[in-house]
Design a protein around this ligand. Sequence first.
Ligand code: PMP
Length: 361
Amino acid sequence: MTVTYNFSAGPAMLPTDVMLRAQQEFINWQGQGCSVMEMSHRSKAFIEVAERATHNLRKLLAVPDDYQILFTHGGGRGQFSAVPLNLSAAGDHADHLVTGSWSKGAVSEAQNYLQADVVGGVEVVDGITQVQAQQNWKLNDKASYFHYCPNETVEGIEINTVPDTNGVPIVADMSSNILSRTIDVSKFAVIYGGAQKNIGPSGLSVVIVHNSMLDKARVETPSILNYGIIAKHDSMYNTPPTFAWYLAGLVFEWLLDLGGVAEVEKRNQAKSDLLYNAIDNNDFYANRVALQNRSRMNVPFHLANPELDALFLKESEAAGLKALKGHRIVGGMRASIYNAMPIEGVKALIEFMNDFAKRNG
Ligand code: PMP
């Protein structure tokens, strides 16, 4: 059987060891005679699972004590509404940096609740896209918060430094790069992410929120999106996505065993360097993102001759390299190489790319 490597942008591949463990425990979790998904979220056994996962995530990201970690519903987009509802009043302004599809999506949702001002974005210089220098953004000192997406999953654009907003609370959509690199949580008011890339199954959102953001929600905020209510009930105000939470816990244990986020960051750097070098060193392929903004997680690339796209996809799929089709907005190819992608997968992709170029160049 050909070894398969799954380059899906999300839901994405999860670590094989985690999947095997979940399979082993699926029917009879820790001798309980049932699956973890079949037991009450209020049972002692599940509460232990939940607390361990929360504790381990706190450890992995060095989350300070004055932040709450919430496991909640609605994926990434759910937070596009939760953020304005929890952090602002009607009529307030929020600053939004728009660097790609997802930060744009956040603006259109926020617009339903407040005045979402686009304060900066990307520019194209000689065909290469880069994030505008911060001095060209039009930040508003009176904004309720500043929202940005440090990793644009579709366009493969990553922002490596946390903006300086002069005290305006920073909200980051880290759906596609959370846990891929070390971060200084204390610089953020809210960090959120849909789980389905580096954390676990889809549907779950993880929110890391500073205590000062827990009691500002508008009265009309649905309880299941209300940070204060969720925190007060340890993410169990209503039934949480228990299986997803359990699986996220297994991923956190896998990461800790690997050596934590600093170690996985080194691996992510090595994997993405390999792939970008292979693209840059072959005229057959191109990536059009400026070096300083190239994503370590999502690597989009184009074939010099787009007429070969269909053949590339057909042959790569047959070679066990799955889901390389680029997002329809961008076209071309996209290799998503999250934490779970082993370096062997990246090497197999490069080997295929070089061979394909040789045969069709
Ligand atoms: N933000 C980012 C950066 C994403 O990549 C995605 C999903 N790909 C979302 C938000 C939306 O997540 P969901 O589909 O879970 O709502």
